[in-house]
Design a protein around this ligand. Sequence first.
Ligand code: PEP
Ligand code: MN
Length: 293
Amino acid sequence: MRATRQDCFAGTPDVLKDERRQQTVIRVLGIEVGGEDFVTMAGPCSVETESQLMATADHVRRCGARILRGGAFKPRSSPYSFQGHGLKGLRMLARARAEYGLAIVTEVMSECDVPMVAEYADILQIGSRSMENFSLLEAAARSGRPVLLKRGMAATVTEMLQSAQLILENGNPNVILCERGIRTFETSMRNTFDAAAIALLKQISHLPVIADPSHAAGYRDLVPSLARIAVAAGADGLLVEVHPDPDQAWSDGEQSLDFVEFQTMMVSLEPYLSLRSSVRSTSMDAELTEVGG
Ligand code: PEP
Ligand code: MN
C-alpha cells in the first residue's frame, strides 16, 4: 500500500504545524526570520580577504540584505582546494558585523568547532553534506544558536525534517530549513531546485523556510529567476552568494552574483514581495474569518 503523506511525517511531530504552533519566528539581532519580513542573507561563498568581505557586506546591506553569509570552514569536492580561513575568517566576519550591523551566518563542519563558531556567528549553518551528521547536529543544537539546516543533496523532505526534529529534541527550537537544490538526472544545472519542497514545507512545518538559489542553479544567470520562484513558493527568505569579482572567487564563482547583478535581482524581487505581503494578509484574513466563525 502506498504510504500517505501523514505516514511520511509521522516521525517528526515537533516540526509540524499544530494548533499550538503555526509559525516559529526566530529573532537574531533585531531581525525576525519566519515573521512578516522577507529576510535576505547574502555574501561570498568563502571569506577570502578583509577587503572582499567588507566591500560585500557594505554592498549587500545597502541593497536590503540583513544577514551576511560567508564560509570560514569550506566543504570542498577536493581536500586540496581552499578549505577556508577557520578562526581568522570568523574574526573577519565578526568585524563585518561590528562595522555594518549585519547578523552573521556561517557554516560549521565539525562537532569540535561548534563552540568556536558559535562564539562568532549569530546563526550556525549546517551544510548539505552534513545534514545527516547527527553528532554535529546535536552539538549545534546545544550551542543555543539558531541553526540554518540545509537540505542534503540526496535527502528527501522527510529526511530533512528528521534532522530538524533531532535539533528540536536537543533543546533548540530555532531551526531554519533551507532548500538548496537536489541531485537528479538533470545535468544542465548544478542541482535541481525543488520549489515544491518549499511550498510543502510551508504547508506542513512551522519552521521558517528559506531558499538558496545559488547552489541550486550553479550558474549566476539563473539565480534571479530561482529567487523569484522562491518568493512565489512562499519562502521566508533567501541565501545568496555575492562576490565583488566572481571570476576571481576562491570558491563557487560561477554561481556568485556581482554587485550590480545582486542589486538588480533585489529590485526585481520587489513586485513579487509586495504580492507576497498581500497574499499573506489575505490568507490571514481568511484564518481570522474562520476563527471568528
Ligand atoms: C555554501 O553555502 O557555500 C555551501 C557549501 O552550501 P551547500 O552545503 O548547500 O553545498
Ligand atoms: Mn558556496
